[in-house]
Design a protein around this ligand. Structure first.
Ligand code: NIG
Ligand code: FE
Length: 384
């Protein structure tokens, strides 16, 4: 069925589709039917369309799928970053600084902050993104954080279990997160998340939070093994999560559990960059048969970048990934981490979400780090 106007994008120097058998095409064209991709193939064999657009020999890639961000916040922690770069270490406790500022902000202030960051992401080629709550940490402030996030994406995540806020005992807080706070957050959320780490929530609390979320109809995901070894990744695999995020410190058993459960490891190299932690070993994970994704983790504390190309360049330089693996992890991998098959590739029937690069090939994304190569971002068949 036609969705309306069809567009031919032709003279594509290189088209990354991830389609079975021919993941990368040279000299390609793509036809869009309304918001969807209708056809991809050699430019010389492209069917007619209502309009034509010349890509000028540039590369076209699927839009990035950023499966992990914390955009709903107020305040600034650049001093904390500077102190870290002067030798202090990162601790989960910094989250409470942002909680104070976020609670004091109006819905309008939070919305305009998210809008600014989403715009920043779009300019850098991100077309699908997940946004978490987690800086409200009260029933009212978590629910309104999620309502703000929902204006920008369907992929919203309730992260009431980010840290225990000031003024409440841990057991009482877990009861609140799994009770009234969950109930008020569910209408605005698709996912539930927990920060399972020393200084945040232990593995039993994490299991309690995720099970309550599942019972309420949310899909579970996790922050685990970011700051040190621990049982978080094991729990993620035991519960059969779609993805577990960070995975910076993994034991041999964790890697085997990820491989056997099919739980995807979402790597967030901007965090290691901004906290001076060791990078996770993506090469070892891929060679072990573990699916990986790359996401930004854009947040005011551990990593304030919105740039997926930057994260990809780090993954290539510091984590042993090839440039093509890094692009796949930031597109199809991110989609898989969000349990989505309609985005993250450019095959017929998928959403027409893509970036046109000022470059002849996707290899330039890691080859030319720090250079703004995304010249156009198209979302559901429209240039943004
Ligand atoms: O993903 N790990 C927990 N949460 C964030 C950091 C939050 C903060 O420092 O404000 C993260 O790194
Ligand atoms: Fe995070």
């Amino acid at each position: 069925m036609s969705h309306g106007t069809s567009h031919l994008v032709t003279n594509i120097g290189e088209l990354v589709t991830w389609a079975e058998g021919r993941p990368v095409l040279k000299g390609a064209a793509m036809v869009l039917d309304g918001p969807k991709v209708a056809w991809v193939g050699p430019a010389a064999r492209a069917p007619a369309a209502d309009t034509a657009y010349d890509a000028g020999g540039r590369a076209v890639i699927p839009g990035f799928v950023d499966s992990h961000s914390h955009l709903v916040f107020a305040g600034d922690r650049s001093e904390e970053f500077a102190a870290r770069m002067a030798g202090e270490s990162y601790a989960a406790g910094g989250i409470r600084t942002t909680v104070r500022a976020t609670r004091a902000a109006t819905d309008e202030q939070l919305t305009s902050q998210v809008a600014r960051l989403v715009h920043e992401m779009r300019r850098q080629g991100t077309t699908t993104l997940e946004i978490k709550s987690g800086y409200g940490l009260s029933t009212l402030d978590e629910a309104r954080s999620l309502a703000v996030a929902r204006q920008f994406t369907e992929e919203t995540t309730f992260l009431g279990a980010h840290v225990v806020p000031e003024g409440i005992e841990p057991d009482d807080y877990v009861a609140l997160v799994t009770g009234q706070m969950l109930e008020r957050s569910v209408p605005h959320a698709r996912w539930i998340d927990v920060f399972c780490e020393t200084g945040a929530f232990d593995v039993d609390q994490a299991r309690t939070v995720l099970k309550a979320g599942i019972a309420a109809g949310l899909k579970p995901r996790m922050h685990a093994n970011q700051l040190g070894h621990g049982p978080g990744v094991g729990l993620a695999c035991e519960l059969g999560l779609t993805a577990v995020d960070h995975c910076t410190y993994l034991s041999g058993d964790d890697v085997a559990a990820l491989r056997d459960s099919g739980t995807r490891a979402t790597l967030l190299p901007g965090v290691e960059f901004s906290t001076r932690q060791p990078y996770p070993d993506a090469r070892m994970l891929i060679d072990a048969g573990v699916g990986v994704a790359i996401a930004s983790d854009c947040n005011p504390g551990s990593c304030f970048t919105s740039s997926i190309p930057f994260c990809m360049a780090l993954a290539v330089r510091e984590m042993g990934m090839t440039p093509t693996e890094a692009l796949e992890a930031a597109t199809r991998g991110g989609a898989a981490a969000l349990d989505r098959t309609d985005v993250g590739g450019l095959a017929p029937g998928m959403s027409a979400d893509f970036a046109i690069l000022d470059a002849p090939t996707h290899l330039h994304l890691a080859y030319r780090p720090g250079v703004p190569l995304v010249s156009e971002t198209w979302l559901a068949g429209r240039r943004t």
